[in-house]
Design a protein. Structure first.
Length: 102
């Protein structure tokens, strides 16, 4: 089966917990998170863009994703977790560097 990607968008004013829930729900429906990026090209709102990859395996086969802010540009270390992707994302209406771990 060929890999396919799906893109989802969210508002720019959501907190990190709400964004984590959105990404987790996206993984359940679409597959594992592949990338995070900001989107400022759809006026009047700035949006977050989450790209999911569907490799043909059920999303339940993957551990839950966890988003963390990268304070000062430093990527946090989380014991037992692996960095999935890193990208800018609007958190509480501010553009912040966010890391996704599994």
């Amino acid at each position: 089966m060929k890999n396919c990607t799906s893109v989802r968008f969210s508002e720019d004013d959501l907190g990190l917990d709400a964004l984590t829930t959105i990404v987790q729900q996206g993984e359940q429906r679409l597959g594992p998170l592949l990338a995070i990026s900001p989107c400022e090209d759809f006026p009047p709102n700035r949006l977050n863009c989450f790209t999911h990859e569907s490799p043909g395996a059920p999303a339940a086969a993957f551990a839950a994703i966890e988003l963390r802010l990268c304070s000062g540009g430093n990527i946090p270390q989380i014991p037992g977790k692996t960095l999935v992707c890193l990208g800018d994302c609007f958190v509480d209406s501010q553009l912040r560097l966010v890391a996704a771990f599994r």
